[in-house]
Design a binder for this molecule. Structure first.
Ligand code: ATP
Ligand code: MG
Length: 267
């Protein structure tokens, strides 16, 4: 049995590959890394493959021999496999790994190049949402966001041009949170605040990606990372904002397990 582990800044993703090549995916907080080490040490006959920020720490504390790989290489190999499974065939594309932070890559069939990164990502979504609303758990944050509207707090192009001729689509965000007005400190709902935080993160990473896609000569943009899990508001922003900016977005099923899967397949 092969076990691939991607121990990231927030979450540890794991894939178990049995002898029939079936995958079973699981996830746990990276803060529980010591528990994971104990569990691995109790298991027999396993091949352990590791990637991600905590991979060296795990390799030094398990009794099994392990195979270490560079996160960017592993993620690309795993992503290609998951894209193939999802029937997504792209010659040349940009992909965004929206993890705790976000990293940006240009890719074709053969190789990927990491072309940038930003600290704006899933960690930003968590931190700002908590500070603005007191809601702490990811599941609760995304659930609350579904009740919200971004129209209250975000300034759109249509708010500026008020029905007159506009050089840009009216639904495009002119400035995130710039629609906040006197009194909103008391009246803005948690749902609206979180919806706007998610909009800020989604639009920031997408815009950065659009610039890279333009420079790379592609319109295809692939999104992965646990930040997208069950995150309907973020997915909606990506699917509506992306095309407004001229790109074709793809969200790959189980994409957050690319690193874990690739850590095995890369060898
Ligand atoms: P990095 O790759 O930047 O080191 P990571 O690999 O831990 O980080 P991901 O697992 O792809 O990153 O995504 C982490 C983000 O996923 C969190 O910041 C949060 O927004 C979101 N998330 C989804 N589910 C959870 C969860 N159960 N607990 C905490 N965050 C979650
Ligand atoms: Mg990661």
């Amino acid at each position: 049995m092969k076990i691939g582990i991607d121990a990231g800044g927030t979450l540890t993703k794991m894939v178990v590959i049995d002898n029939d090549d079936n995958y079973s995916f699981s996830v746990r907080p990276t803060s529980e890394v010591n528990l994971l080490i104990e569990e691995l040490n109790e298991m027999e006959d396993i091949d352990v493959y590791l990637t991600g920020g905590q991979s060296v720490f795990i390799s030094e504390n398990i009794r099994h021999e392990s195979h270490l790989s560079i996160e960017f290489d592993a993620t690309f190999v795993g992503l290609k496999k998951l894209m193939e499974r999802a029937g997504v065939k792209l010659d040349k594309f940009v992909y965004l790994n929206v993890g705790t932070g976000t990293s940006f890559h240009q890719a074709d069939h053969e190789k990927q190049v990491r072309v940038g990164g930003t600290g704006v990502g899933g960690g930003t979504l968590m931190g700002l949402s908590y500070l603005l609303t007191g809601i702490e758990m990811f599941e609760d944050i995304v659930e609350e966001s579904k009740k919200g509207s971004r129209d209250t707090l975000d300034l759109k192009v249509k708010h500026i041009f008020k029905g007159g001729p506009s050089p840009l689509p009216g639904e495009l965000t002119a400035s995130n949170f710039a629609h906040v007005q006197h009194g909103h400190f008391e009246t803005a709902t948690n749902a609206d605040k979180i919806a706007s935080v998610i909009g800020l993160v989604a639009e920031t990473v997408t815009s950065f990606g659009v610039t890279l896609a333009n420079g790379f000569g592609t319109q295809d943009m692939v999104f992965l990372g646990s930040t997208l899990n069950n995150n309907d508001v973020m997915r909606d922003v990506i699917y509506s904002y992306g095309p407004m900016k001229g790109i074709k977005p793809y969200i790959i099923e189980n994409g957050e397990f690319s690193g874990a899967l690739g850590s095995v397949l890369v060898f």
